[in-house]
Design a protein around this ligand. Structure first.
Ligand code: THU
Length: 130
């Protein structure tokens, strides 16, 4: 199963009764395993979590901290792009050359480098004193 197919499959399980916008994400870890996540909303709206966050949490829970590819899919008019917070979450665990595939349910697909998702990312070195 391709990463987009894995993302499309897990999207079916998204819990999105408030936005009615189901999102699926799947990533391939450094070991080659696939981890999936979907958005999980909450009646207290800010408590909801994004699909990307779910996939990353699944990878970390399984004992891995690095991935080379990630795919995200939603029923959007153009390929869905991760929110700002998820870009930072993705950046934390993606390899330097990681690729992200953005997809719409209708079949539009865009691929880009994760590095291009978050120019000027906040990084650990910014917390170091000179
Ligand atoms: N959402 C994601 O899960 N990932 C994205 O990349 C964009 C937005 C979710 C959050 C919320 O449950 C719904 O989509 C509408 O914002």
């Amino acid at each position: 199963m391709s990463l987009i197919e894995a993302a499309r499959a897990v999207r079916e399980n998204a819990y999105a009764p408030y936005s009615n916008f189901k999102v699926g994400a799947a990533l391939k870890s450094a070991s080659g395993k696939t981890y999936q996540g979907c958005n999980v909303e909450n009646v207290a709206y800010p408590q909801g979590t994004c699909a990307e966050a779910g996939a990353i949490a699944a990878m970390v829970a399984a004992g891995e901290t690095s991935f080379t590819e990630i795919a995200v899919i939603a029923d959007s008019p153009v390929p869905v792009t991760p929110c700002g917070g998820c870009r930072q979450k993705i950046f934390e665990f993606a390899t330097a050359d990681a690729v992200i595939t953005l997809a719409s349910l209708s079949g539009e697909v865009t691929t880009m480098a994760v590095a291009d998702l978050l120019p000027g990312a906040f990084v650990k070195s910014q917390m170091e004193r000179v």
